[in-house]
Write a protein that binds this ligand. Structure first.
Ligand code: ATP
Ligand code: MG
Length: 438
């Protein structure tokens, strides 16, 4: 397509990406913008980032840019760093000679490798632009913009897919999902993000292959789930993932609670995701910890109750053990960095502590560093479950904003209403032994 046919202008492209392409072209290499940025510009969205491909090798790229870092094992890539802006530059990927399990391939050729499920575990063959296009996932992601002559090369008829609003894989869907099961998540992500539907043959194998996601490293799935749920359309994404059976391999402990679409658990998760969407779309801060705390809340509650009835543990111990167990099981699928798992547990522990308000406890809770998150969490639970839980949440809504005198009155009223039920028992002072007594 020529400039007149596609309407992409240099003004749509970041200066840094243009600089990178001019430098590569000036050194006699080819370079193109590719992937999401070309797709987004053609659809009238502002691209999130600009990815460049070239026929220069990573080493050749490094030779051209002082501000270049080579990264990646599975895919070797160059990052050209402009302060906080990074332009990713990849060398065209080629097709690979398949190697055997024993990995005995002559030096310099051992570059692609598949495991028993057909998944590509190593993938570093360089190739032509045509081969590069075939290796990309969806048809609308295989369009290349050339700033040297302002043309767009559309290898897989991506423009047509955009017109038909269709997420369609390049090549045989089952093979492509087996090569990289994350493509199933990407299909859903793009369908929601771009307001498209998943084309029939691309959609067909997903349910049956969903379990292959078990073979993806938990760290990669953590990154992918952030993209899925913190996109501003998390609720819609969640519903589509569920429709395609993709929640089960990601959150096996949650999936059994979602069988009935009207269940309390389903309502709760949807409400939390909807709130998250609202926050993201009005530029408020969100933390993955809150989301994970919500996705795993009912599994924790259930597990804790089971521990109490089966092992006779007290409520407090059962809850602590259950929290640890549920997080440990989840991280077998999706890595949860420590900085988030500690917050998840704080939010959960606050659910145990917020009902206990007597004496100084209510005031102490207000100063808890995670009070806000714990209270927000309680509020959603209250909204979904109603009853005592809603009353408790409303009590905290009032208490935290009340004047000190009013707060004391609220606590006194509480004591009167509940007749001191649940109030801490007065501890009998035991005589303290001091060194001087000895
Ligand atoms: P986004 O706007 O969400 O960043 P994107 O299309 O740019 O969307 P990236 O993950 O940034 O997505 O990937 C850039 C490009 O790399 C894609 O457009 C696609 O061509 C290719 N790509 C990414 N992941 C895969 C994959 N798993 N399999 C094949 N090609 C992929
Ligand atoms: Mg991108």
């Amino acid at each position: 397509m020529t400039r007149g046919e596609h309407g992409i202008s240099r003004e749509d492209i970041s200066d840094n990406a243009l600089k990178v392409m001019y430098r590569l072209n000036g050194a006699g290499f080819e370079s193109y913008l590719v992937g999401g940025c070309v797709r987004d510009i053609l659809m009238g969205y502002e691209p999130k980032d600009f990815d460049v491909v070239t026929n220069a090798t990573p080493e050749q790229i490094k030779g051209l840019f002082k501000n270049c870092r080579l990264i990646g094992r599975r895919f070797r890539l160059a990052h050209i760093v402009f302060g906080r802006d990074i332009i990713e530059v990849a060398t065209f990927r080629g097709h690979h000679q398949e190697t055997d399990e024993d990995d005995t391939v002559p030096k310099g050729k051992a570059i692609a490798k598949r495991d028993a499920h057909g998944q590509l575990v190593r993938d570093n063959v360089f190739g032509t632009i045509e081969e590069d296009a075939e290796r990309r996932d969806f048809t609308f992601n295989a369009m290349y913009y050339n700033v040297a002559d302002f043309t767009v090369k559309d290898f897989a008829n991506g423009l047509n897919a955009i017109e038909k609003r269709e997420v369609a894989l390049i090549g045989d869907p089952e093979t492509r999902y087996r090569e990289d099961p994350v493509r199933m998540l990407r299909a859903v992500r793009f369908a929601v993000k771009l307001s498209m539907h998943i084309e029939k043959t691309t959609a067909a194998p997903i349910k049956q292959l969903a379990n292959l996601l078990q073979n993806i490293p938990p760290a990669r799935l953590f990154e992918e789930t952030l993209k899925l749920f913190l996109s501003g359309k998390g609720e819609e994404t969640f519903l589509m993932l569920r429709e395609y059976g993709l929640i089960e391999p990601l959150f096996p402990q949650l999936a059994p609670f979602l069988k009935d679409e009207n269940s309390r658990e389903m309502q709760f998760v949807r409400r939390v995701l909807a709130n998250t969407d609202e926050r993201i779309n009005s530029n408020q801060r969100v933390t993955p910890a809150f989301l994970y705390a919500a996705l795993l809340w009912y599994p924790v509650e259930e597990h804790s109750q089971r521990l109490q009835s089966e092992s006779g543990l007290n409520a407090h111990d059962a809850f602590n053990i259950a929290s640890g167990d549920v997080i440990a099981r989840q991280t077998q699928r999706i890595m949860i960095p420590k900085r988030f798992s500690t917050v998840i547990r704080d939010i959960w522990i606050l659910q145990q502590r917020l009902p206990k308000r007597f004496g100084r406890r209510a005031f102490q809770l207000l100063t808890h560093p995670k009070f806000r998150a714990g209270y927000d969490f309680l509020l959603v639970r209250g909204q979904i479950e109603g009853g005592d839980l809603l009353e408790l949440a409303q009590w905290w809504t009032h208490f935290q904003h009340a004047e000190n005198g009013k707060q004391k009155a609220m606590l006194n009223a509480l004591r009167r209403n509940e007749g001191g039920k649940g109030a801490p028992k007065k501890r009998k002072r035991r005589p303290v032994k001091r060194d001087s007594d000895a």
